[in-house]
Design a protein around this ligand. Sequence first.
Ligand code: ZN
Length: 140
Amino acid sequence: MARCPFCKEEINELKMEALEGKVGLVRLNEWDRIYFHAGRTYSGKETYYCPKCEALLPIHNEVEAEAFLRGLLRIVPKEDIPKKKGKLGQCFVDSEDRPYQVLRKEEEMLILRRAPKEVEMLYRELDERNKEQLEIIRLS
Ligand SMILES: [Zn+2]
């Protein structure tokens, strides 16, 4: 289940807004009335919000929305990230100890995605000494 990074509520849907555009030709028909012809519609930029607190989320398309709802994409506000960095850096893991990678930084947020299997294997093979040098951050 996904969780809103702002109100921390569990959410199973997102509020989405997209403007639909139309391109084509207009002409006059046999009764001299204007009509739209040979056109197509397209959707513009998609915007996603938390349905509970209405916060704007840094999710930009359906693929990301799906990953977010499945828990494969996480959004972490910068104020929730500890300043402390281990010698080997920081590592984000979920409640089941699966590591996440930074996909991008956006304004005051980090967008993380679940690390591929190979990275997860490497993480599991780290010994305690190495783990102590990593600042492990648990995602809620
Ligand atoms: Zn919210």
